[in-house]
Ligand binder design. Sequence first.
Ligand SMILES: Cc1cc2nc3c(=O)[nH]c(=O)nc-3n(C[C@H](O)[C@H](O)[C@H](O)COP(=O)(O)O)c2cc1C
Length: 183
Amino acid sequence: MKTVLNKPTLLLIPVPIAIVSVGCETLGDNLIAISWIGVAASEPPQIAIGVRRNNRFSYKHLIENGEFGVNIPIEDIVSAAASTGRLHGDKVDKWVEAGFTRMKAVEISVPLVAECPINMECVVRHRLELGSHDLFIGEVVASHAEDSILKDGVIDIDNIAPLVYLPSTGKYFGLKRPEVFSH
Ligand SMILES: Cc1cc2nc3c(=O)[nH]c(=O)nc-3n(C[C@H](O)[C@H](O)[C@H](O)COP(=O)(O)O)c2cc1C
């Protein structure tokens, strides 16, 4: 027996969590936690992110400068990662609040988060207006991975502690241990 919920609801569980770095000339740079994110295509490699049009300072950066960094957080920095999804960049400097360090990208003007062991540099190729959110599809133009998590050139799951998120609960889970953070 199953229940049909009283309205159509997003029931994807769990979802990934990324810290997306953005930046543009007029507003400087900023960080935003993004869970509406996924692989959009393999060749050329493309990633889609859904960003709410109102109440997201980062949306303005993405419109002005179609470049973004996808930075993958791990268990050790879950609380700092969560802060980028709670605070607004027009009120506070999230780099300082989270204790994150800027790392220079090689192909884009937006900085990457040094503390994240995986970073991808993206250039927006398409934007779709989808009601509450815009979907930005970015081509991955450069990828970085910490040497310690690589084995024969690919990511070794034994050497990384990835995170997932359960949107309806505000809880973060590690894939190696059960729940690691909740806000
Ligand atoms: C785990 C997590 C995931 C989130 N995912 C998204 C998302 O995919 N799209 C979005 O627009 N906001 C998302 N948010 C909300 C923004 O990160 C949040 O509103 C942030 O404070 C916006 O920052 P800004 O105003 O500096 O851009 C998420 C928040 C959290 C905690």
